[in-house]
Design a binder for this molecule. Structure first.
Ligand SMILES: Cc1ncc(C[n+]2csc(CCOP(=O)(O)OP(=O)(O)O)c2C)c(N)n1
Ligand SMILES: [Mg+2]
Length: 709
């Protein structure tokens, strides 16, 4: 199977016709465009050579793609449009203003690398200065971000256009389809550019796509679809300029497919001889965008031999100087590896080697102990259920801050399946309470994009059980964006999800997911257990510059009531646990619904005269309030950790480890865990569900054993 040039990409005979003037480009413009292609080609060749010399560990070549990359980037409005590039887009970055020196700082993984400060591999672009959004390695995850930025730009009344680049391989991913569908539904100012080079590493197009042209997907998503000769920069420029202008005028998204080819292997680690023939490569080399534009300039009498030589020597000197400078520039200091995990770090990073502990960044420890036990809650505060508190808190946030908006499945007219957003669409309109397609990756991905563009999204995942399609967006994207961009970007986003069992929800409406996400550096995970905590923590999460996963135990929605301060000033700090019930003889560490069950069990044991048990409610799972857990463990000498999540590899396991490490010599008994057995949560039949469920009785039994141990 081979990927041959088609008629569409055939070289037309001679460029005797002036093609640039009708496009609004002067002769100087086209020469400048070619100079950018020249710089890109020579820099790429240099980087490849540095790799082969053993000086650059990893290289991604864009040779062959320069026409698609520079022709398209030339059509953007500098300083206003936003770009989500692909890893192969060296030409896009040079056209947008990243210098050879800056690119080489990344190649050598230097501290001055503007993309990531040496944290990511080369070609993982990102620069707030250039309005280029930080990118990752997982393919296609950035396309929903582009749609979210386009949505946010429109909500903010800007005429910004978002341009998103990707390869033919990316068009196989759900994120591509989810994002294009969303862009089509909302007619967003998005220009999606597919650099189709015929391969996803070694897999040829015919084995990755059921349709011959990626642009054919456009009509499914109400986009304008176009196929252009990606090796003709002027053709690409014309198409992208048209698409950008349509998007700016509110005429909706476009999908432009640039048929192109890469001349070298996929990366410096690949060997393309295993999957394509030299003849095929040669056929495409005859259509080299570099040579074609040069040929055009010569035929149009815009480039003399002397001028060409002058440009060549300018570019060579620029690259040589950049290599020298970047090679000599400083690597990142090792201690930087432990910084910028969060935009607002609340606790020291756990597990930092002792030699770097002293050089950690300053943390802003959580402030006061307001919250669930009533501290700071006015005596006349109205009593509300948990679910009413969710809704009223969101209502207050929507009214107080026009950057806040809600997105999720059924959040609009239905008001959410639990009624957490009931009535809000009528009050605030469809643009602030956005019904989303049934596509969790897009829900979180769009929220990330909107957060990156200055909004404060509250994304609702209908049930925590359905958060798994968005795992990549949460774990690979939201959680890593601040760190991977060396602090250049942050994601102030809240993702709410009802979780937990005991409601006859069976395997897929009962799960506890906190341990999965608490494991991920860069995510804050919050689980409130009282209405006043819920309000204070949700508002604190909206203030926070980091992504917050906000889990609400669904059994509490109508069962738990409590006083809730009015207004939008109330805050409960993230990262601070609370003593829900003071006691002297043992500690139960827990969170969520189990706080209430633990207090009930403790009261019962006290009434029986068995002992006085302290209950610590974590409230924030990550970052964990180790100080309060350890202090309580040291005071009482006995610790039981209670959690509805599965027994092994869990939050309960982590708390037990913290206690064992830090309070061992103050303990009078081994740390105990009471958690749901390691079975998929939860079976449906009442008898089966009852068998696995954590109840106040079971907590009391466990606590009795602990007191006697
Ligand atoms: C989700 C995911 N799966 C696999 C990979 C490994 N991988 C990196 S690039 C690539 C091929 C991408 O092909 P395409 O989108 O056509 O871009 P091209 O490299 O051809 O420019 C693969 C499989 C990855 N980075 N992410
Ligand atoms: Mg490809």
């Amino acid at each position: 199977m081979s990927y041959a040039p088609t008629e569409r990409t055939d070289l037309s005979a001679l460029h005797l016709q002036d093609r640039h003037t009708p496009l609004g480009l002067s002769g100087d413009d086209v020469v400048a465009m070619w100079r950018t292609i020249l710089l890109t080609r020579r820099l790429d060749q240099k980087i490849w050579a540095l790799n082969r010399m053993g000086k650059a560990p990893f290289a991604v070549s864009c040779q062959g793609h320069e026409g698609a990359q520079i022709g398209s980037a030339w059509a953007l409005r500098e300083g206003q449009d936003v770009v989500c590039p692909y890893y192969r887009d060296t030409g896009v970055m040079i056209a947008l203003g990243m210098t050879a020196r800056e690119i080489l700082e990344a190649v050598f993984a230097r501290e001055a690398d503007p993309n990531s400060g040496g944290r990511q591999m080369p070609n993982h672009w990102g620069s707030a200065r250039l309005r280029v959004i930080t990118g990752s390695s997982p393919i296609a995850t950035h396309i929903p971000h582009a749609a979210g930025i386009a949505l946010a730009a429109r909500m903010r009344g800007e005429d910004t256009v978002v341009v998103c680049y990707f390869g033919d391989g990316a068009a196989s991913k759900g994120d591509f389809h989810e994002a294009m569908n969303f862009a089509g539904i909302h007619n967003l100012p998005l220009v999606a550019i597919c650099e189709n080079n015929g391969y996803a590493i070694s897999v040829p197009l015919a084995r990755e796509s059921a349709v011959e042209n990626i642009a054919e997907h456009a009509h499914q998503y109400r986009c304008m679809g176009m196929i252009v000769d990606g090796n003709d920069p002027l053709d690409v420029f014309a198409a992208v300029r048209g698409a950008v202008s349509r998007a700016r005028k509110g005429e909706g998204p476009s999908l432009i497919e640039c048929k192109t080819y890469r001349y070298l292997s996929h990366t410096s680690d690949d060997d393309d001889r295993t999957y394509r023939t030299p003849q095929e490569v040669e056929a495409w080399r005859k259509k080299d965008p570099f040579q074609r534009l040069k040929q055009y300039l010569i035929e149009q009498r815009l480039l003399s031999e002397a001028h060409e030589a002058e440009l060549e020597s300018e570019v060579t000197a620029e690259i040589e100087e950049a290599v020298k400078g970047a090679e000599a520039s400083a690597p990142p200091e090792p201690a930087a590896a432990f910084r910028k995990v969060f935009a607002r770090p609340l606790r020291p990073v756990a597990g930092v080697p002792a030699e770097y502990a002293a050089s950690q960044e300053g943390i802003a420890p959580p402030a006061s102990a307001a919250g669930g036990n009533g501290a700071g809650v006015p005596a006349d505060a109205p009593v509300r259920t948990f679910i009413d508190t969710v809704r009223e808190t969101i209502r207050g946030a929507l009214a107080a801050d026009d950057r806040v908006f809600v997105l999720g499945e059924d959040v609009g007219n239905r008001g959410g399946v639990f009624k957490a957003t009931d009535g809000l669409v009528t009050e605030f309109g469809e643009h602030r309470v956005l019904d989303m397609p049934l596509a969790e990756s897009a829900i979180v991905g769009v929220a990330i994009g909107a957060a990156l563009h200055g909004l404060r999204p509250i994304a609702e995942i209908q049930f925590a059980d359905f958060i798994h399609p968005a795992f990549d967006q949460l774990v690979s994207e939201a959680a890593r964006i601040h760190y991977r961009s060396n602090g250049d970007f942050c994601v102030p986003m809240v993702v709410r999800a009802p979780y937990g069992g005991g409601v006859h929800g069976a395997l897929y409406h009962s799960q506890s997911v906190e341990s999965l996400f608490a494991h991920v550096p860069g995510l804050k995970v919050v689980i409130p257990s009282t209405p006043s905590d819920l309000k204070g923590l949700l508002l604190a999460s909206l203030d926070d510059p980091d992504p917050v996963l906000f889990l609400e135990h669904k059994k509490m929605y109508r069962a738990i009531k409590g006083p809730v301060p009015e207004g939008v000033e109330w805050r409960v700090p993230i990262g601070l646990a609370e003593i829900a019930r003071p006691g002297a003889d043992a500690t139960i560490v827990t969170y969520g619904l189990q706080r209430h069950l633990a207090v009930e069990a403790a009261d019962r044991l006290a009434a029986e005269g068995c002992g006085d048990i302290e209950v610590v409610d974590l409230r924030t799972i990550s970052p964990l309030d180790r100080d309060m857990v350890i202090a309580s463990a040291c005071r009482t000498g006995r610790v039981l950790v209670v959690s509805e999540d599965n027994h092994s590899f869990s939050v309960a396991a982590e708390v037990a480890a913290v206690v064992a490490e830090a309070a061992f010599y103050d303990l009078d008994a081994p740390v105990m865990r009471l958690a749901t057995a390691d079975v998929p949560a939860m079976p449906y039949a009442p008898a089966l569900e009852g068998a696995v469920l954590i109840t106040a009785d079971r907590i009391a039994d466990a606590a009795r054993r602990l007191l006697q141990a």
